[in-house]
Design a protein around this ligand. Structure first.
Ligand SMILES: Nc1ncnc2c1ncn2[C@@H]1O[C@H](COP(=O)(O)OP(=O)(O)OP(=O)(O)O)[C@@H](O)[C@H]1O
Ligand SMILES: [Mg+2]
Length: 239
């Protein structure tokens, strides 16, 4: 389980997270919603030990280990996989190379199924047909699949995805949604950052909403969907 307690972080003199507490229980999918600039990426980067932002106080623990001040490569090795916003894959490498270079054995104590390239092809058959295409010759949706596949081949116990649906056409978002539902059936724990409200709601076990670096809602997807106030004020849904 990932447990974040009272996390404060910022850039220079500006504070971006003002005491965020959030948990991702084992094998659950937690969705983090919030409008532009609310601190979602900053939270992901803080979890992954990426600098900036600088963590000022609070703690991040993964399976009971305090990872707050741990180096990013050690955090990754413990089993945290990250799909950054904007799907930064290597444009000059082909699909297979992009995946192979990330491949790593599961961390000790990670009892889940092993993700090898075969398993990634099973999850994303479209990629199997494009193994030899270079990253720059893929559609946005395919690039996102590579970015997710690459994080999976590191064999994480927890997968953090930062706005995977961003910039994708609705029909491609639907396909991605369906693939993420398949991922949810595995032993992975998932933290999904989204601005696509309906996608997040379909996938999530638990939803957090953040506004200006603070959690303003925590609850089940149905609870959020019936909370017109939170939807309107913090997400701009239904206005
Ligand atoms: N490298 C940086 N240096 C200074 N300020 C930054 C930096 N990155 C982000 N910020 C600021 O921190 C705040 C939170 O940004 P963050 O990227 O975490 O938001 P976000 O919720 O991920 O937004 P989006 O949905 O647009 O991706 C914003 O005010 C942003 O301008
Ligand atoms: Mg962001």
């Amino acid at each position: 389980m990932l447990a974040i307690a009272d996390l404060h972080c910022g850039y220079g003199h500006s504070e971006v997270l003002n005491g965020v507490s959030l948990e991702v229980p084992d094998r659950k999918l937690v969705a983090l919603l919030g409008r532009n600039g609310m601190g979602k990426t900053s939270l992901c980067r803080s979890i992954m030990g990426l600098d900036p932002p600088a963590v000022r106080s609070g703690t991040v623990a993964y399976n009971g280990t305090d990872i707050t001040d741990m180096a990013a490569f050690k955090i990754a090795r413990l089993g945290l996989g990250y799909v950054p916003q904007g799907r930064r894959i290597f444009g000059s490498l082909d699909v297979e190379e992009n995946l192979a270079m990330a491949q790593r054995a599961p961390a000790e104590g990670n009892e889940g199924e092993v993700w090898d390239l075969e398993r990634v092809w099973e999850l994303f058959p479209q990629l199997a047909e494009r193994k030899k295409n270079t990253g720059s010759h893929l559609s946005g949706g395919e690039q996102q699949m590579v970015a997710i596949g690459r994080a999976l081949t590191t064999n994480p116990g927890l997968l953090i995805m930062d706005e995977p649906s961003e910039g994708l056409a609705p029909v491609i978002v639907d396909q991605l949604n369906e693939r993420l539902l398949a991922l949810k059936e595995t032993s992975l724990s998932i933290l999904l950052v989204e601005q696509n409200y309906s996608m997040a709601l379909k996938l999530a076990d638990i939803v957090y909403v953040i506004e200006n670096g603070k959690v303003v809602f925590t609850g089940g997807p149905d609870e959020l969907d019936s909370n017109e106030d939170v939807k309107r004020r913090h997400l701009g849904v239904g206005v």
